[in-house]
Design a protein around this ligand. Structure first.
Ligand code: ASP
Length: 338
């Protein structure tokens, strides 16, 4: 009887300690936001590419420019979502801002192919009905993500490529530019040193709106020095882009060939749907487990139906940011940042 009493006393005394250790672990987790709190009314998460992005390789000016540009783009989506707009609008308009910004490898400022051209890929997906649209290898559409959305809503196809995609975009009244629009000499020279070593700067956005709908989008110039009209993971649904209201919305950035072969975005969703994994566990398993084992570098941003956000990457850095309805948020670049 006495022994039992001692046992219970010890258990009661130490129980708060175990619980507080657990909470401390959750607080220290720097990749997941809102792990167990109430559902967010809306949420947005963005990326501006992953790669060997370290403090040593960045100048303070470039660091500042990236943070300002990420914030500026995210504010567009935040406004749309907080005013009750759709996740799809938030994703498209946020990505438009980054496509127009020469800092990123999407739209203006895209990296160059082996032949000195800019060939752009983009995809968007609506998690409410699994509708999707993509364009690949386009050379004269100013905002490929908008073209991707038109493919989704105004065509019977999912992916259009090259000159056919341009013709379709023209018919839809989208802005067509001369291919030289994407080239900026000043930015080209300024970023040449980084870009020729790094495959970074792809942009992506995922959002949850007040109606509980999820959407994901990705836009990129692809890998620098690419050949033979190579197409990456960004426009491939299930590889670099995926959204499903039942699970989450995902946009990836990194070595596209690996994202295609490991069907990264859909794998994360499937782990949640079929195995019941949390957003954090599913995205960590794929990015820091499977991809690392395979030798595929990069990262993803994702948001689930409750507004939880996860931004795992296995490279040295990833331009990224998030905002949720409860006022939480921020932009980050390096590995050691929240
Ligand atoms: N994933 C893109 C591609 O392979 C490149 C990147 O994200 O940097 O085309």
């Amino acid at each position: 009887m006495n022994k039992k009493l001692i046992y219970i006393t010890v258990l009661v005394a130490f129980c708060p300690l175990f619980l507080s250790c657990n909470n401390a672990n959750q607080r220290n987790d720097n990749k997941v936001v809102n792990p167990s709190k109430a559902k967010q009314e809306w949420a947005i998460v963005i990326h501006g590419g992953a790669g060997v992005i370290t403090r040593e390789k960045m100048t303070p000016e470039l660091d500042k420019q990236y943070r300002e540009s990420l914030t500026e783009a995210m504010n567009v989506g935040k406004k749309i979502l907080s005013e009750g707009g759709s996740a799809l609008d938030a994703v498209e308009k946020t990505i438009n801002m980054m496509e127009d910004n020469p800092l990123f490898n999407a739209g203006k400022g895209a990296v160059f192919t082996h032949d000195g051209k800019n060939e752009l890929d983009a995809a968007i997906m609506d998690g409410s009905n699994l509708a999707a649209g993509a364009v690949a290898g386009v050379t004269d559409i100013k905002n490929p993500i908008t073209a991707a959305r038109c493919v989704m809503t105004k065509s019977v196809h999912v992916m259009l490529s090259g000159s056919g995609a341009s013709q379709f975009a023209k018919e839809q009244g989208l802005e067509i530019v001369t291919p030289s629009y994407f080239y900026t000499k000043r930015r080209f020279n300024e970023l040449q040193e980084i870009l020729k070593k790094e495959k970074m700067g792809t942009v992506g956005c995922c959002a949850l709106d007040k109606n509980g709908n999820l959407a994901a989008g990705t836009s990129t110039g692809g890998m620098p020095n690419k050949k033979y009209n190579r197409i990456g993971d960004a426009p491939i649904i299930g590889a670099g882009t995926y959204a499903n209201n039942a699970t989450c919305a995902i946009s990836g950035t990194g070595h596209g060939e690996y994202f295609i072969r490991w069907t990264v975005a859909h794998d994360i969703s499937a782990l949640m749907e079929y195995k019941g994994l949390s957003l954090k566990d599913a995205s960590e398993l794929v990015v820091n487990g499977k991809l690392v084992k395979a030798g595929g570098s990069g990262g993803v941003i994702c948001v689930d139906k409750s507004g939880n956000i996860s931004m795992p990457f296995n490279s040295e850095g990833m331009f990224r940011g998030f905002a949720t309805a409860d006022g939480n948020g921020g932009v980050f670049i390096y590995k050691d940042e929240k």
